[in-house]
Every structure is written in structure tokens, then in C-alpha cells.
Design a protein around this ligand. Structure first.
Ligand SMILES: [Zn+2]
Length: 278
């Protein structure tokens, strides 16, 4: 008589233990997933350094010092929010793109964020661009981009998929943000102010933390027709989709000599950027 009661108690308690075990496993797998989705280790990559000043030749406002300053400010903000931060450089030294990628890949649970300022032969070119290559990096790119754009007094040039070396060769989620054009006098003036660089750092940090950006700015009108952009998925109003390069070059070969030479100039400037990583 006791026996059946005992058996039934055991089966009840083992059932409840099973349920508890299942709930704990579920919770653990949920938190593991969260940890994967939101890495707490960030590899920060200030663009250029040492003999590599960044930007275009004879550019008056240098890029390498500003990228380092924004990255150092960003490191402080991230650390205050509990992140572990690794820098690919922390002074004015040259670090090759291969070394930057190796540093990133030696932290398999990290997220890689490269900080740059833009430049163009056209003085009027302005705005914020954010790049990604890996499919798992598009939402991070969007978060960072929308936060930076919301706070920047400039154009939204869109989120673009592009095979920059540091984005293509990293085996972890990776994003490259171009924080405005130093060849544009107004944006250069902003970039030279420490309070603006602090704002940039705080906005990039908000993007990394996944904070929802305030109401977005519409995409600048000429962004979608930029010849520098590769074809990419169009999964949001900020994602720039462009005509495939092959079709563009086929079209340009039919066009006039004048048009052809201007395309060559643009291609040359864009391949320079690809090799330097933006
Ligand atoms: Zn750069």
C-alpha cells in the first residue's frame, strides 16, 4: 500500500525535476543566444595610423588622429556600460589591415567596429555612411547608422554592403562607420570639435548597445545612384541598393568618352578606398 504511494511520489518528484531541468535549460539557452546576439566584447578599430594618414592626398584635416580620438572616447563609453574593449591600435602607429583582422579573429565572441571619416574629391560630398559585409552584421550596421545619423547635422547616405578588407576577412560580426567627410568644410569643422567627437562616440555606443534610434532621417537623394555601391539586399529604407557594377560598366562603355573618363576617376578613388579599408 505504501509502495504504490511511494512510487507515485517519486514519479511526481522526478517529473517536477524534469520540468525544472527543462526550464533551466531553456533559460540557459535563451541567455546563451542573447550573449551571442549581443556580444559583450568589442574590438574597436580606429582607421589608419602612422604613415597612413587616411583620406585623399593634400587633405587639410587629417583622418588618423580623429578616428583614434573617437575610438578612445567610444571605448570609455562602452566600458562604462560593462563592455570589454580591445583596440586594434591605441596610438599613432601603422597597423596593417591583415593585423587588424587577425586581432578581431582572435576574439571569436566579439563584435568588430571600425571607425573612419570619409573623403571625396568633390568638396560638397557630405553625410554619414555605414558599411557591413557579413549577413549577420546588417542589423548592427543599421543600429549604429541610425543612431549616428539621428544626432549628426548632416545627410543620411545609407547603410551599404561592401567588401572592404576588414569586413570581408573578419569571422565575427563587423561594421565600418564613416563619420562624415573631412573634405567638406562644414563636416570637417564638426569633426575638429571634441564635443562633436564625444557625441559620435555616444551614438555609436548606443548603436552597439542596440538602443533604438530616434525618428530616422530620410536617405539623401543621390545616395541610391552612387556608383561606388555594390548590389545588396534591400531590407530597410536606409539600405542602399545600387545597379550591379557589371551592368554599370557595360553602360559606361557605350557612353561618351567624357562620361567614361569621369567613371574611371570615380572607380579609381573607390578602389583606393577598398585597399585602405575605407
Ligand atoms: Zn578611412
Amino acid at each position: 500500500m505504501i509502495r504504490p504511494a511511494f512510487v507515485s511520489t517519486t514519479s511526481r518528484s522526478s517529473r517536477s525535476r524534469l520540468v525544472t531541468f527543462a526550464l533551466i535549460s531553456l533559460a540557459l539557452s535563451f541567455f546563451a543566444g542573447e550573449a551571442r546576439a549581443q556580444s559583450r566584447t568589442i574590438v574597436l578599430d580606429p582607421g589608419h595610423g602612422g604613415h597612413d594618414r587616411g583620406g585623399v592626398p593634400r587633405q587639410r584635416v587629417g583622418e588618423k588622429g580623429l578616428t583614434l580620438d573617437v575610438a578612445q572616447r567610444l571605448r570609455r563609453v562602452l566600458q562604462e556600460n560593462g563592455y570589454r574593449v580591445i583596440m586594434t591600435r591605441n596610438s599613432d602607429v601603422f597597423v596593417s589591415l591583415g593585423q587588424r583582422v587577425a586581432i578581431a579573429n582572435s576574439h571569436p565572441n566579439a563584435t568588430f567596429v571600425s571607425v573612419h571619416f570619409n573623403s571625396a574629391p568633390r568638396v560638397g560630398a557630405n553625410g554619414i555612411e555605414t558599411y557591413y559585409y557579413r549577413r549577420d552584421s546588417s542589423s548592427l550596421a543599421a543600429n549604429i547608422h541610425r543612431n549616428v545619423v539621428a544626432g549628426a547635422p548632416t545627410e543620411n547616405r545609407g547603410i551599404r554592403r561592401r567588401g572592404y578588407y576588414v569586413l570581408r576577412r573578419t569571422r565575427i560580426p563587423s561594421v565600418l562607420v564613416e563619420c562624415g567627410f573631412l573634405t567638406n568644410p562644414e563636416e570637417a569643422r564638426y569633426a575638429l570639435s571634441s564635443s562633436y567627437r564625444q557625441k559620435l562616440a555616444e551614438e555609436i555606443a548606443r548603436g552597439i548597445r542596440g538602443v533604438r534610434a530616434p525618428v530616422g532621417k530620410p536617405l539623401a537623394r543621390d545616395s541610391a545612384t552612387s556608383p561606388d555601391v555594390l548590389p545588396q539586399p534591400f531590407n530597410g529604407p536606409d539600405f542602399v541598393r545600387a545597379t550591379p557594377r557589371s551592368r554599370q560598366s557595360a553602360r559606361s562603355s557605350k557612353s561618351s568618352r567624357k562620361k567614361k573618363s569621369s567613371t574611371t576617376r570615380r572607380t579609381r578613388s573607390s578602389s583606393r578606398k577598398s585597399s585602405s579599408g575605407g
